[in-house]
Design a protein. Structure first.
Lengths: 114, 113
């Protein structure tokens, strides 16, 4: 079965600095990969997804991620963060053609400081 | 186009009681999944419903059960509540069961005392 590991539980960063949130996945077959953001007391909002094609995926709010099959990674990046980016970020994986049992990582808490 | 809506937003129950949580899927979506998110953790898959039939289940006991209605809305029922059932319960809808992202509701915060 597929699984996801988010390598950092907390990432503090100053406003306007770049950030990378790391995600590694494990699967014996091809996968679909997602990044979701969760603001306090809210549900999950999709930032971006990789289904196939170009390995560089651009999402909302200036975020992007790169799918690296050889390293089984899907790291999330933003060149310049804002205070409003402070939230919990989740990496998730499913198998193609079957989105039941979406597996989530434990989350990375991004804190942007002024 | 309305998104995924869940009710109630907060709920407090006593150990041993039963609870029903409700979810209205996004317009045009025929697949609904339920997740449990304990404090400080990622969401854990409970089960998925596709066209009113269960279409996959995670590692949750039978006291967690569900329904999907002809309009694709869904219910999650939990019997014999335990303290560890305290969590945020998230509903997600998808336009199909075969891949692609899930669209999440705001969740129901259940507290068992």
């Amino acid at each position: 079965a597929q699984s996801v590991t988010q390598l950092d539980s907390q990432v503090p960063v100053f406003e306007e600095a770049p950030v990378e949130l790391r995600c590694n996945y494990s699967s014996s077959v091809s996968v679909y990969l997602f990044w979701y953001v969760q603001y306090p007391n809210q549900g999950l909002q999709l930032l971006l997804k990789y289904l196939s094609g170009s390995t560089l995926v651009k999402g909302i709010n200036g975020f992007e991620a790169e799918f690296n099959k050889s390293q089984t990674s899907f790291h999330l990046r933003k060149p310049s963060v804002h205070i409003s980016d402070t939230a919990e970020y989740f990496c998730a994986v499913t198998m193609p053609y079957n989105n039941n049992d979406m597996r989530f990582g434990a989350g990375t808490r991004l804190t942007v400081k002024p | 186009e309305t998104g995924v809506t869940q009710s109630p937003t907060h709920l407090i129950k006593t150990r041993g009681q039963q609870v029903t949580l409700r979810c209205s899927s996004q317009s045009g979506h025929n697949t609904v999944s339920w997740y449990q998110q304990a404090l400080g953790q990622g969401p854990q898959f409970i089960f998925q419903y596709y066209r009113e039939e269960e279409n996959g289940r995670g590692n949750f006991p039978p006291r967690f059960s569900g329904l999907q209605f002809p309009n694709y809305s869904s219910e999650l029922n939990v019997n014999a509540l335990e303290l560890d059932d305290s969590a945020l319960y998230l509903c997600a809808s998808s336009p199909r069961t075969g891949g692609g992202e899930a669209f999440f509701g705001q969740g129901t915060r259940l507290t068992v005392v």
